[in-house]
Design a protein around this ligand. Sequence first.
Ligand code: NAP
Length: 328
Amino acid sequence: MIELLMPVRLSDAVIDGLSSRYRLHRLWEAPDAEALLEEIAPRVRAIVTSAGILANGAVLRIDGPFMARFPKLELVANLGVGYDTVDAAWAAAHGIIVTNTPDVLTEETADTAFGLLLNTVRQFPAAERYLRAGQWLQAPFPLTATLRGRRLGILGLGRIGKAIARRAEAFGLTIAYCGRSPQAGVAYAYFATPRALAKACDILLVAAPGGDQTRHLVDADVLEALGPDGFLINIARGSLIDEAALIAALRSQAIAGAGLDVFAREPEVPADLLACDNAVLLPHLGSATHATRLAMAELLIENVDAWATGGEPLTRVSECVLAPLPEQ
Ligand code: NAP
């Protein structure tokens, strides 16, 4: 039986779907994780993973030194489209395939992003707390900012960014974007830097991948450009934002508010951020519905099954995409 390692607990759908056909080693249940790794390392051929915290409290990183412990490793199957905790470049250089679960979560995550955007600009969570606290009996809830006539800047116009843009068009927002280069066939205005995009928009929405390449792409300078009427929405990864600079900007009202689904050290959220009334904070809900999490589990299992039977996994990450065969 092919042996797989699961370092952090994934959903029952993933565990049940794999356990019947593979020998699944559950690292999070091991009384001595190091001893288990030592014992199984020579036999493990695939790692099934997602962003998570290990039993010892450390952030899980499937990096080069970790993958190098498994001489027979051929596959790292990631649950989720974002695979910033996996060193995919190292894996590709060592002949290891990395897969993720794109597309099946795009629309769900865009729904979450747009809900977060509305809640942040219109302050619906604060308004609901106001009603429940009986304050409406004393006075109406204060008026808020509006989406009318606003410009949305999307930092990372990929699958999810485009799905958010479609929703924003229906709401009458003007859309601009920033990426590493302008995209052919995209009519939205392009800005080459996050700062230029922030300067040109009222709501800056972050939907680019996490990882070293994009660390602190949104810093104090970008927030200053967004300005006191501007809102920041982050649906991507906490690492893209300089969280200390964001807290300072929220406190001093250098920006009007922020809506955050992701944080630098999840699930910990800094007390200083919790204390900011002008922030709407969600516990990483982007794709978190029964239907979408099941679709992600099924895609992950299809990837593992395809590899295990000598076929081609459905969704390799870009670093591991095979080069096209030369023309005959
Ligand atoms: P995608 O299709 O690969 O899109 C990513 C976009 O980011 C691309 O358009 C890319 O454009 C842009 N980008 C890459 N590097 C950049 C950089 N240095 N500066 C600016 N833009 C850059 O990925 P996706 O499926 O839309 O997912 C995006 C991210 O959302 C994932 O990586 C994941 O971390 C996050 N996510 C979060 C949740 C959640 O629960 N909150 C759920 C799903 C996904 P260029 O190549 O033109 O630069």
